[in-house]
Design a protein around this ligand. Structure first.
Ligand code: GLY
Ligand code: MN
Ligand code: MN
Length: 355
């Protein structure tokens, strides 16, 4: 149970009671997916604070180890009530989430209460290791994303706009029972593909261009993330070579994924290959990131990370090479880390496809 894991962590540093404000963390701990909710994890009890709009819903999903506290006009009054019940004069906070404005209001209203940031992003760290149920949802989200790739390879042609394709992606996901896209789809044709986080527009996709599509769906609150780079009608010679380099770099990283490897070392595997191929300056983002309730969550796979991968983390592996005025290639897959290697959760072909 996520809440028991969190309690064990808080116990190590005696960080009770703590206020959880990050709604994704609240969903993780309780299943609640509304827009207003707070959790206080105390030594004695756990509290869930929300307003009357969510009272029935919250009560229907909260486990017995939570007490529902109705939020009236003031959140701080509800927090005071919980602190009184706990006999506590300190409140630990999620500093990555609480805004300065919220902090200043709480500070003013909770006079005499010492407010301390939690030493680390406790819940976010726990979320790195996925449960069997989470892995099951992520596998299903990956499958829907693969099916969308197949759909697009049949549908996309020169003359469509980037926005036409982005709209089709969203429609496909919703028809398959997703709540939507996990982020605004990146559909970048020709020179636009040189920008790793391009925004699609009314530009028409032309013959001879590359087409980079980075997309994902949100299924039961969990996010998928995949990138494929296609070529329309024919392939530019330089981009053909770049495609092979990115594909090799990604394969080398996939082969190196295993519980125990540091994020720095894994990032280096792909980065070194790209640098040795002469494109070191054309790849400036990290190799990937954790994936779950957030599209980007811990761990970050980057040049300077000492974190070791663990069994049941779900991450992306997404090297790329970007050439201004020409285009770019990125190949991204979702990967489940195992003790002996990994399972690539997205199964779409990584071979160069001309459509
Ligand atoms: N779509 C954002 C990413 O791949 O990280
Ligand atoms: Mn992506
Ligand atoms: Mn990604």
């Amino acid at each position: 149970m996520p809440i028991s894991k969190l309690k064990r962590k808080l116990k190590e540093k005696d960080e009770f009671p703590c206020l959880i404000t990050d709604l994704k963390n609240i969903k993780y701990l309780t299943g609640f997916s509304g827009s207003n909710g707070y959790v206080i994890v105390g030594k004695k009890k756990n509290y869930f604070i929300s307003d009357s709009r969510y009272e029935l819903y919250a009560k229907s999903i909260l486990k017995k180890n939570f007490r529902f506290v109705l939020q009236g006009d003031s959140l701080s009054e509800s927090i005071k009530e919980c602190l009184k019940e706990e006999g506590a004069k300190t409140l630990f906070l999620e500093s990555h989430d609480l805004s300065l404005q919220q902090f200043l209001i709480l500070k003013k209203k909770l006079r005499g209460v010492k407010m301390v940031p939690l030493e680390e992003d406790c819940v976010n760290s726990i979320r790195m290791i996925k449960t069997d149920d989470e892995i099951d949802i992520l596998r299903r989200a990956a499958k829907i994303t693969d099916d969308c790739v197949t759909h697009l390879t049949k549908l996309v042609k020169a003359g469509m706009t980037e926005l036409d394709v982005a709209t089709e992606i969203e429609y496909f996901y919703r028809k398959r029972g997703c709540s939507g896209c996990s982020f605004d789809s990146i559909v970048a044709s020709g020179p636009g593909a040189a920008m790793p986080h391009y925004m699609p527009g009314k530009k028409k996709i032309k013959k001879g261009e590359c087409l980079l599509i980075d997309m994902g769906c949100t299924l039961e609150g969990y996010n998928s993330d995949l990138t494929r780079t296609f070529f329309i009608d024919s392939v530019d010679v330089k981009l053909n070579g770049i495609y092979n380099t990115v594909k090799e770099a990604q394969q080398m990283a996939l082969d190196a994924v295993k519980a125990g490897i540091t994020t720095r070392k894994l990032d280096g595997v792909a980065r070194n290959h790209i640098a040795e191929s002469g494109y070191g300056d054309c790849y400036n983002h990290g190799l990937g990131h954790g994936l779950g309730l957030d599209v980007h969550e811990l761990p970050a796979l980057k040049r300077d990370g000492d974190l070791k991968l663990k069994n049941n983390m779900v991450i992306t592996i997404e090297p790329g090479i970007y050439i201004p005025d020409l285009g770019g290639v990125r190949i991204e897959d979702m990967v489940l880390v195992t003790r002996t290697g990994c399972e690539v959760m997205t199964k779409s072909s990584r071979e160069l496809i001309v459509i």
